[in-house]
Write a protein that binds this ligand. Structure first.
Ligand SMILES: NC(=O)c1ccc[n+]([C@@H]2O[C@H](COP(=O)([O-])OP(=O)(O)OC[C@H]3O[C@@H](n4cnc5c(N)ncnc54)[C@H](OP(=O)(O)O)[C@@H]3O)[C@@H](O)[C@H]2O)c1
Length: 375
C-alpha cells in the first residue's frame, strides 16, 4: 500500500516509520514534518519517498520533490498516488484536509486526537460508523476498536479507558510547584510535549473520553476512566451480564501501530507482557480535587457541541504558556474553567470549528495575560 505520514518527525511518527520499515507491503510515498527539517531529510534519505512536506523547506535546495504549502500537500494526499494516510502531527493544522480525506474512503490512521474531536464536534458522534476506513491509533481507542469488532454493542454496560495517572498521581507537594521539566517526565510513555503535559494533569484522558465518544457513538455516561498504574490494561468493556473483557499489552505504541496496519495478527519482535512480573495491578478513579482539568473536559463534552472544540483551543494555549513559564501547572484548570464559562452554538461548518478553536485559544491567552499583569 502506498502511504503518506504526516508528523513523521515526532515521537509517534518515528514509531510508525519503524513499524512500516518492518512491513514491506507498505511504500512510504510522502513524509511530512514541520520545524525539524534535518530529521525530516534524514528520514527521507532512508525511506526515499516521492514527496517531502514542510513549510520550512521553502527556498531550500534538496534532492526530493518538496511540498511547502498545505494546498499542494492536500492535492497529493487526495490523488491516486496515495492509498492511505497516517495523521501523527500535533495540533489541528490538517483539519480541513483530514475531513476531505475521510470522505474518499482511503485508509486513514489517526493519532492526532484533536482532529478526531473537532471532526466529531462538527459532525456528531459515530465517526467510525460513517467512516469505516478510519483507524484510531491512540492505544486506548485501538483497544476499544479491537474489542468492538468482537462484542455486540447493544449488550455493553460500560466502557473503561485507562490512564497511568502520570507523574503526579502520588505527588504530595503543591501543584503550583510543578515545573515544565517535572511535567515532561512521563513514567510510562515517550511522547511529545503537548500530550505529555496533558497526561500529567489528566486533561489528555478527558480528551480521550471525547475521542471515544465521537469515534464509537457510545453515550458519555457509559464511558468511564480508571487509573491503571502499570499501563498494561488499555481498555475494558463490561457487558450487561457482568463479564468484563480487557486488552492487555506492554505500553509500547509499536504494538498498537502494527495492529492498526494489518487485519491479521502479526508476529512482533517487541517486548511481551510477563504477567508474573506484576505483583499486582492497581486500579483507581482520578481524584477530582487533583485532576480538575480532566473533569472540566468531561463537563465540556456534556455541555454539547461546540464546547469540546473550545476546550481544545483553550488547552492548546494553556499548555503553551505553561511550557513557556507564563502560568503555573495549577493555573491550567483555572483558565480552562473560565474559558468554558460562556455560551457557544453548535458549529455548522469547518470555518466555524476553526473559529471556535481560535476563540478558545485567544480567550485563554487573554486570561493568561490578565493574570500576569495582575501578579
Ligand atoms: N507519542 C505517542 O505515543 C502518541 C500516542 C497517541 C497519540 N498521540 C498523538 O499523536 C500526535 C503527535 O504526538 P507526538 O507524541 O508524536 O508529538 P511530537 O513528538 O511533539 O510530534 C509532533 C509532530 O507534529 C509535527 N507538527 C507540529 N506542528 C505542526 C504543524 N503546524 N504542521 C505540521 N506538522 C506539525 C511535528 O513536526 P516537527 O517536529 O518537525 O516540528 C512533529 O512531527 C498528538 O496529537 C498526540 O496526541 C501520540
Amino acid at each position: 500500500m502506498r502511504v503518506a505520514l504526516l508528523g513523521s518527525t515526532g515521537f509517534l511518527g518515528e514509531q510508525i516509520l519503524e513499524v512500516l520499515s518492518m512491513h514491506h507491503d507498505f511504500e512510504v510515498v510522502l513524509l511530512g514534518g514541520f520545524r525539524n527539517v534535518p530529521k525530516l531529510l534524514n528520514q527521507a534519505a532512508s525511506f526515499r519517498p516521492q514527496y517531502v512536506y514542510s513549510p520550512h523547506l521553502e527556498g531550500l535546495s534538496i534532492p526530493f520533490h518538496a511540498l511547502t504549502r498545505g494546498k499542494e500537500l492536500e492535492t497529493v494526499l487526495l490523488s491516486d498516488e496515495v492509498e492511505g494516510v497516517f495523521f501523527a502531527a500535533s495540533g489541528i493544522a490538517f483539519f480541513e484536509t483530514f475531513l476531505k480525506l475521510l470522505r474518499t474512503g482511503k485508509t486513514i490512521w489517526v493519532g492526532s486526537k484533536e482532529l478526531l474531536i473537532l471532526a466529531g464536534d462538527l459532525e456528531g458522534s459515530g465517526l467510525l460508523l460513517r467512516y469505516p476506513h478510519l483507524i484510531p491509533l491512540d492505544s486506548e481507542h485501538n483497544a476499544l476498536w479491537q474489542m468492538l469488532q468482537l462484542l455486540p454493542r447493544e449488550e455493553i454496560a460500560k466502557v473503561y479507558i485507562t490512564a497511568s495517572g502520570g507523574p503526579f498521581y502520588e505527588w504530595q507537594g503543591s501543584f503550583a510547584d510543578i515545573t515544565p521539566e517535572m511535567a515532561l517526565a512521563h513514567p510510562n510513555w515517550k511522547m511529545g510535549a503537548k500530550i505529555t503535559v496533558d497526561s500529567a494533569n489528566l486533561v489528555n484522558k478527558g480528551l480521550e473520553v471525547m475521542e471515544a465518544f465521537f469515534l464509537f457513538d457510545i453515550p458519555q455516561e457509559k464511558i468511564d476512566v480508571l487509573i491503571q498504574r502499570e499501563s498494561v490494561v488499555h481498555a475494558l468493556i463490561e457487558m450487561k451480564d457482568g463479564f468484563v473483557f480487557g486488552v492487555f499489552a506492554p505500553p509500547d505504541m509499536r504494538l498498537v501501530i502494527q495492529n492498526a496496519i494489518s487485519p491479521r495478527r502479526l508476529e512482533h519482535p517487541f517486548q511481551r507482557l510477563r504477567f508474573t512480573e506484576f505483583r499486582a495491578l492497581h486500579f483507581d478513579y482520578p481524584v477530582p480535587q487533583r485532576f480538575q482539568g480532566f473533569y472540566l473536559a468531561l463537563y465540556a463534552l456534556s455541555r454539547g457541541r461546540g464546547y469540546p472544540t473550545l476546550f481544545c483551543g483553550a488547552d492548546e494555549a494553556c499548555v503553551h504558556h505553561f511550557l513557556t513559564r507564563n502560568i503555573s501547572f495549577e493555573d491550567i484548570p483555572v483558565i480552562l474553567e473560565q474559558v468554558l464559562d460562556q455560551d457557544v452554538s453548535p458549529p455548522q461548518s469547518v470555518h466555524e470549528i476553526q473559529r471556535l478553536f481560535q476563540l478558545g485559544f485567544s480567550k485563554a491567552e487573554a486570561l493568561i495575560r490578565r493574570r500576569s499583569v495582575l501578579q
